[in-house]
Design a protein around this ligand. Structure first.
Ligand code: SAM
Length: 284
């Protein structure tokens, strides 16, 4: 079996296909074999699982997923990788590769159609330029048991941050509403070709079957969260007044106080249950 993290093998095959690394497509390929092995292992890929991989690139992670899972569906936007992937992972009969922009696909429909009877997982070394939109799409699809991804270390820390910290954001709340995130391990820049300027981290998000607390109106909940973080230096009454122009500031302040907060509270200190309680109070 080809060592798909061997730099010489990579250079030879990529050059033969006329491939040029594209920064715009977030192309940093793994060159340390322990990384894709550990990601595939931690993702829980096994004979009962079907894995959606976004961005197979040269195929290092794809190979490790194919060795473990019943089925792998890989989505690659770059057509010039077609002859390369044919050589590196083309022999796996449990692999299907679609050449498409993952952002434009209906992931829930794909999973339903291709992964019937198997445990649906998502796994990827994500292109940095679309980390948040792809994660949003994967989680909103509600189609996966877990999502295991390599992202910039700072993004992983932001996703796992607690209320009241500088890293806590609307995206933190979004991810924790849909899943339980956990940082698994860090990957230094030296493990990639070309080397990125940042350290990466592998993160797993175990998706929740139920929201973490009572949230009758998901849209209103996220409207409150977005408003709170849109003006995070402002007090919560001021931030909500900007996000809910149809309500008076006095009314919003009264709802905030009814939830046990001071009018001087900042939105960035609220936990998910506290945002949920506030959304319920605003809905009344
Ligand atoms: N999985 C390989 C690895 O770990 O070595 C490559 C990872 S590289 C960081 C990201 C990959 O995602 C590239 O192959 C890139 O072409 C692909 N990609 C970028 N944007 C994409 C998109 N919108 N849809 C699908 N694939 C995309």
């Amino acid at each position: 079996m080809l060592n798909l993290c061997d730099v010489q093998t990579m250079k030879t095959l990529l050059e033969a296909a006329g491939f040029r690394f594209s920064k715009a497509k977030g192309q940093n390929f793994l060159t340390a074999a322990w990384v894709p092995e550990r990601i595939a292992e931690e993702a829980g890929a096994d004979e009962a699982a079907a894995v959606l991989e976004i961005g197979p690139g040269f195929g290092a992670l794809t190979q490790q997923l194919c060795l473990r899972a019943a089925k792998v569906l890989a989505i690659e936007v770059d057509q010039t990788l077609r002859p390369v992937l044919k050589q590196t992972v083309g022999a796996f009969d449990n692999l299907e590769i679609q050449y498409a922009d993952a952002m434009k696909l209906d992931l829930a429909a794909l999973v339903k159609e291709r992964f019937a009877g198997l445990r649906p997982l998502a796994c990827a070394n994500l292109p940095y330029y679309i980390t948040s939109p792809v994660l949003t799409k994967l989680l909103e699809s509600k189609a996966f048991e877990s999502v295991t991804v390599m992202v910039q270390k700072e993004v992983a820390q932001r996703i796992c941050a607690g209320p009241g910290t500088a890293d806590y954001s609307a995206f933190t709340v979004f991810c924790n509403y849909h899943a339980v995130p956990e940082i698994l391990f860090e990957v230094p820049a030296s493990c990639f070709m070309p080397q990125p300027k940042v350290t990466s981290a592998v993160l797993t998000l175990r998706t929740r079957r139920e929201p973490p607390c009572e949230i009758p109106d998901e849209a209103l909940f996220f409207r409150v969260v977005r408003a709170a973080f849109a003006q995070r230096r402002k007090t919560l009454p001021n931030a909500l007044a900007a996000g809910f122009p149809e309500r008076t500031k006095d009314e919003l302040t009264e709802r905030i106080v009814s939830c046990g907060h001071k009018p001087t509270v900042r939105g960035e200190t609220l936990s998910i249950p506290e945002f949920a309680a506030l959304a319920r109070a605003i809905a009344e």
